[in-house]
Structure formats: C-alpha cells, structure tokens
Design a protein around this ligand. Structure first.
Ligand code: SF4
Ligand code: SF4
Length: 326
C-alpha cells in the first residue's frame, strides 16, 4: 500500500478567532460556527445518498491520499471496497433486488409511475428506493469518532488522542505502528499502512480544516446533504425530526449511534454514542455495521473476576494436594 498523505495537525494554522469580525467559512457552507470545546461530528442520512462518491474524492484530495487504482472489484459498482489507511471515506453500495424484479414491470416508467407508487402508501415518486426488493441502499461510511473510543483506549503510546472538537485523532509522529488499535475498533475503520509508512491512519474529521474554521471536505462536497456536519447535539435534534418524518410516512427509519430509536435489539450505547451517526432504513448488518459494537475494555472487569476465581481454584487444588500427601 502506498503511504497515505499526511493530514496531520496543520502547524501554523491557528484556531479560528470566533470573536473576530470575519465570518468563518463553515458558517457559509454548513450554517454552523466551529468553537473549540464543543463536540462536532456528522449526521449521515443514508436515504439522501446518491452514490456519487464526491465525498470520497474530496477526502482523498484534501488529505492527499493516493487513489485505490482502477481495478474492478466485481462487488457491484463499488471499487474502493472498504475503509483503510488510504481510504478514510467509503461509499457502500448495497443491492437489494428480488429475482423477479422485472416481472410485471411496465418499462414505460413515466406512464406507469402512479400505479407503481400507489401500493407503497404515502411514498412519493422520489422515494421509490424505499421499496424493499427493488432498491439500492447507499451509505457513506467513515470513522465514527466514538465518545468512548476503543482505539484510543487500546493505544499503548498515547498516539490516539481526543481533540478540542471531541474528535479522535492519530498523531503520526507518536504512532509506532504496533496495530493494537486495529482489532480494538469494532467498525474496521483504522488500518496500519503496511508497505507504506507503517503507521495507523483514519479520518481526522478534517482537524486542520476545523482549526481553520472550515467544515470537513466530505460534507462540503456532498451535493445532497446526505453528510451533514455540525455540533453533535444540534445534529441529533435534526436527525430525530427527519426520522420522525420518515417513520410518519411508513419508512422504517432509525438512528444508529445515538440513544434514539433502535430496531431489533441493535444497541450502540456501550460506546456511549457516536459523534458520527447514521440514519438507516434496514438492519445495521446490511450496512456492514455491528448491531452491538463492543469495547474490549468493558470485558476487563469480567476477565479480572474470572482470573481471580481461577487463581483461587489453583490455590485450593494445591492445598488439597499437599493435604492429601500427609
Ligand atoms: S470508529 Fe474505530 S477508529 Fe473511529 S473512533 Fe471509533 S474505535 Fe476509533
Ligand atoms: S457525496 Fe453525498 S451523495 Fe455523493 S456519495 Fe457521498 S454521501 Fe452520497
């Protein structure tokens, strides 16, 4: 793998003076100002994604990440395949088509539109994607910047830190490439660039852009506002309204990564929330997201109790053996 570009802390770029006279660029592009000390993230509304991959391109361009090549993966139209050391945004294409998807279908689309839309209740013509068995699901995936980040907890060198924007950041000059963070991440986000610089890489939430008062490049590039950037508390409120609106129209929308409505036992509360969360309309596994993401550290207490009991058993067995010899 080629060494990724370095989107590290932009030395010399000062945090935006929020009391200055000039408006931050982020206020124009996302309607929000960026203030250190507040938690920022992404609300990704997957129902708005059109799979254009502008977010992937913008991420690679801003962060100077190498291309993934031009080989066809054979996996649908998705040729970047997955998140990795040089792919910090990845648009997942999920095909959900029944075998009989063309049966009884009138190919005069415009003539047949009202008849085809009607059976799904209140869906509009623009919401045909909501019909299971005849749809694409699209989701732009990224580091979730977990509130309790397992990668950060696993890092033995202190390379992974939480920034003043509550994002999770890998300091390249401190990372020793041990790779402990890789299995710790329940989402398969972070990767060590083997064959490259040998260090761990992932999305920085465009830390250098935030320092410069700009929203992250992917959100700025998204033409449909599928990726929305802002303070997490405001994004959650917005996301709940959107979820209610969709559910009111019969679409089984729910939020993944907040304490909002979760379907069928999916539970992300062990990570205490995700600063980058998603609106989904199918089970998390369908989008390659774990229904119940775990933190390795949450099993530490159980492990200590088990080890303690094992040690006690060993002592008891030893004493019993000595007692039997007498
Ligand atoms: S998604 Fe993975 S890499 Fe990102 S903060 Fe959470 S644990 Fe770390
Ligand atoms: S830029 Fe927006 S619409 Fe295009 S693929 Fe990314 S999330 Fe989807």
């Amino acid at each position: 793998m080629t060494a990724p570009g370095h989107a590290g802390v932009a030395h010399g770029v000062r945090a935006w003076d929020t009391h200055g006279e000039q408006a931050q660029p982020a206020q124009k592009t996302s309607g929000t100002s960026i203030t250190p000390g507040r938690a920022y993230g992404f609300f990704t509304d997957t129902t708005l994604c059109i799979g254009c991959k502008a977010c992937e391109v913008a991420c690679k361009q801003w962060n100077q990440l190498p291309s993934d090549g031009y080989e066809l993966s054979g996996h649908s139209y998705d040729n970047t395949r997955q998140l990795g050391a040089s792919t910090w945004r990845h648009v997942t294409f999920i095909e959900q088509f029944d075998e009989d998807r063309f049966a009884e279908r009138d190919f005069d689309v415009f003539a047949s539109l009202p008849a085809r839309v009607e059976p799904w209740g209140a869906f509009t013509a623009g919401e045909q994607w909501a019909e299971p068995g005849r749809r694409w699901l699209l989701m732009s995936d990224v580091c979730k910047h977990c509130v309790n980040a397992p990668c950060l907890e696993a890092c033995p060198t202190g390379s992974i830190i939480r920034t003043e924007f509550d994002s999770v950041y890998v300091q390249q000059d401190v990372c020793n490439g041990c790779g402990y963070c890789v299995p710790a991440c329940p989402f398969g986000v972070v990767e060590v660039a083997k064959g490259g610089d040998g260090k761990a890489h992932k999305c920085t939430l465009c830390y250098d852009r935030l320092r410069g008062g700009m929203e992250p490049a992917c959100a700025n590039a998204c033409p449909t506002d599928s990726i929305q950037f802002g303070p997490v508390d405001e994004l959650v409120e917005r996301a709940k309204l959107r979820t209610d609106e969709l559910r009111g129209r019969g679409i089984p929308a729910y939020l993944y990564g907040t304490d909002g409505v979760l379907e069928d036992g999916a539970d992300t509360t062990r990570l205490n929330g995700l600063n980058c969360f998603f609106l989904l309309i199918d089970r998390p596994e369908v989008y390659n997201l774990p229904p119940v993401p775990h933190r390795a550290s949450s099993a530490t207490g159980r492990g200590l109790v088990t080890s303690g009991l094992a040690a006690l058993g060993l002592v008891a067995a030893t004493l019993w053996a000595f007692a039997g010899d007498r």
